[in-house]
Write a protein that binds this ligand. Structure first.
Ligand SMILES: [Zn+2]
Ligand SMILES: [Zn+2]
Length: 345
């Protein structure tokens, strides 16, 4: 099965820089999937709720033409009403800027990423995709069977990870009767690269190091460094508040990072009670760890699938407030990742 004709509908086609990686240029970080555990698309009641909120807010404004409507949407409506955090599971692109791509995890967000690459460059242009898998829980690999570049001969996909069982998990996911195209039949050249935690590896112009995390199923975080900048991808890890002190290994791993993408799936109350030992952290521990490590920007990630957009926005507000009142000199900028978000680091 070779995919040669990907529909362009809904895909924003942009020319991408194909220059060599630069040590000084800002690094774009694109979030293709930010939801935890399982895809969580909006339902009709969610959409109706957003329309209702928007119309109620609009009653106070005399909106008479498209420009005033656009301005109202942009200025007056919160993100949870005018947009959505999205429902795709974990997939984050770290822009290498050269002929290679760096991807963290293969959740359902990777489908849109793959379609975007093909729409931008055409199906015939070959690429190298360097994937770093946190672990093989389903939400982190389930997008791969729908990753169109895997169906195109000439593409190279290098799947990095510290697990012994990466290959087996990927093969099993596409085995009969669960999926019609077996992994071994994919036309792209696919290789598995086993990494050792704590060792620096040069990949796509970055130095990449892994750390073992606290999570059932053995997850790993990754630190990507280049030209004095550092981006950390650390999802599916349960940090307990009691262990946080300057000697905690993640303080060094996060140290002075420009961006930390952090699993803040639960509230503090959930993380210390009913959901303790479920393998995920709270927004409060996120802030405390980021403060200890003097992180510049903290992106809350792996959102709880039961949370509506308004819930995620409330968590963000509370987290920003907590960072303000607990700050001891160093300011951590707190944001909440959403599908489609692009940051320059
Ligand atoms: Zn997960
Ligand atoms: Zn997991």
């Amino acid at each position: 099965m070779i995919v040669t004709n990907i529909p362009r509908r809904g895909i924003e086609v942009q020319a991408e820089s194909r220059s060599r990686p630069s040590e000084t240029k800002p690094v774009p970080v694109r979030f293709w999937g930010t939801r935890g555990s399982i895809p969580a698309p909006l339902g009709p009641a969610d959409v109706r709720g957003k329309i209702r909120e928007a119309l109620l807010a609009a009653c106070r404004f005399g909106l008479s033409d498209p420009a005033s409507v656009d301005g109202f949407i942009e200025r007056e409506l919160p993100f949870s009403v005018r947009g959505t955090f999205g429902g795709n599971t974990s997939c984050v692109e770290i822009g290498a800027g050269g002929d290679e791509y760096l991807l963290c995890d293969l959740g359902t967000g990777v489908r849109e990423f793959g379609n975007r690459v093909i729409a931008a460059h055409g199906p015939a242009e070959p690429h190298v995709f360097n994937v770093f898998l946190s672990h093989v829980h389903w939400d982190h690999i389930m997008g791969f069977p729908f990753f169109a570049p895997a169906y195109i001969r000439g593409n190279r996909i290098r799947i990095h990870g510290c697990h012994k069982g990466l290959r087996e998990a990927m093969l099993r996911q596409q085995s009969d009767p669960c999926f019609p195209v077996p992994f071994g039949a994919l036309p792209a050249e696919i290789e598995f690269v086993e990494l050792e935690p704590g060792v620096d590896y040069p990949v796509g112009g970055f130095s990449v190091r892994a750390i073992r995390q606290f999570h059932e199923g053995e997850s790993y975080g990754y630190r990507f460094s280049r030209g004095g900048k550092a981006i950390v991808y650390s999802t599916d890890c349960e940090h307990k508040a009691a262990v946080l002190d300057p000697s905690y290994p993640f303080v060094e791993f996060f140290q002075n990072a420009d961006l930390v993408i952090f699993d803040a799936m639960y509230s503090l109350a959930e993380a210390v009670s009913v959901k303790e030992d479920w393998g995920h952290s709270s927004n409060i521990v996120a802030v405390e760890l980021a403060q200890l490590a003097k992180v510049k920007r903290l992106a809350l990630f792996h959102h709880e699938p039961a949370y509506a957009d308004a819930d995620i926005e409330r968590v963000l507000r509370e987290t920003i407030r907590y960072e303000e009142i607990s700050r001891d000199g160093h300011r951590v900028e707190v944001i909440s990742a959403h599908d489609g978000l692009e940051l320059l680091v």
